[in-house]
Design a binder for this molecule. Sequence first.
Ligand SMILES: *[C@@H]1O[C@H](CO)[C@@H](O)[C@H](O)[C@H]1NC(C)=O
Length: 228
Amino acid sequence: MAHLLLLLLTTGLPAALAGTISSFYGCYTEGTSERALTGSGTVDATSMTIANCETFCYRQGFSLYGLEYGSECYCGNSLSAGSFQSFATDCTSPCAGSPAETCGGSRRLSLFGKSPVAPAISPIPYPGDRVHAYRPVGSGCYTEAVGGRALNGASISSSSMTICACADWCLNNGFMISGTEYGDECFCSNAIEKSANETNIGECDFPCAGNRAEKCGGSDRLSLYEWY
Ligand SMILES: *[C@@H]1O[C@H](CO)[C@@H](O)[C@H](O)[C@H]1NC(C)=O
């Protein structure tokens, strides 16, 4: 009987005390056509903290909360299409009310929730059920385009860049072609600009920022891969 009472007491903790049991899932992107968390939200440019956002969202019955750009707090029970885990280095905004804490970044959420398991992301836009793999395009090394980017769909840079990280990030954003450049940059598209040319693989000789054993393009040169 005493055990049952204890169980009831511990499982019935008020939301404000639940901070100790929240999980941190990582740094997430916004959704493709709407916010990652659409349940509720608030902005506090002076006193936003992780705990304040948690209280705000849990009190309204939501199981997920995310902080963005230092002062924004969003709530929901699931992630919108297109939201997925991005590089940890994208989330570097100090919380407005507690600068030692990190509250997301520009279009990036520090995502937390009640479950120990990260929320599901919508299916990656991989066409069909063929072998899920990527391979070099042509020689594997391309120039940038004349007056523009060879791949102009989306881009990101990260101190943890690798060929795989870039290819995954592009695929999760809906792009089949990925290219790393200058060691830490990643570009995506579904088509290579016409004025970008295949070139000698030796011109792509910058080590990847996140794995120096791999090559991630060069100056104006991309190590190009495609999903197939
Ligand atoms: C790629 O090749 C075409 C055709 O030879 C040329 O017009 C274009 O300038 C080249 N692009 C670059 C970036 O050198």
